[in-house]
Design a protein. Structure first.
Length: 132
């Protein structure tokens, strides 16, 4: 008999747990429609910045009073609510909104739902423009 990891799972015993975990994963990773940042067509781009950036996954309330969401960043030199466009997308996303401030350590901190993605991001130099 050939061993397969799937053959060792007792689906009668663990099936409900597996279905529950998959449902939770789908809910947690789904983007929240209220926080989807849609760029306007033909947007004008303003000042370009090149900064040291990091990523974080700690959820909670931001300085703007909103809950953290995929599409928000923390920054200290732009006003809260500022829309920015990254030169290179992060996980397929280019547009982000400044919703929080940073304690120290970098100039742009990108929120990610997954702590693994945040750790994989590490620290990198990234360019962005303010959307006018």
């Amino acid at each position: 008999m050939v061993y397969s990891p799937a053959s060792s799972i007792n689906y009668k015993e663990h099936g409900p747990l597996i279905r529950t975990l998959l449902a939770i994963l789908a809910i947690v990773t789904a983007p929240h429609p209220a926080h989807h940042v849609k760029p306007k067509p033909r947007q004008r781009l303003g000042t370009h910045y090149t900064v040291d950036s990091t990523s974080y996954c700690q959820s909670g309330t931001t300085a703007s009073g909103k809950q953290t969401y995929w599409g928000e960043v923390a920054n200290n030199f732009l006003p809260l609510g500022t829309l920015i466009k990254l030169d290179q997308p992060v996980n397929g996303k280019s547009y982000f909104r400044v919703e929080d401030h940073i304690g120290y350590g970098s100039q742009l901190d990108i929120f990610q739902w997954s702590c693994t993605a945040a750790l994989d991001y590490g620290r990198r130099e990234i360019g962005f423009r303010v959307v006018l």
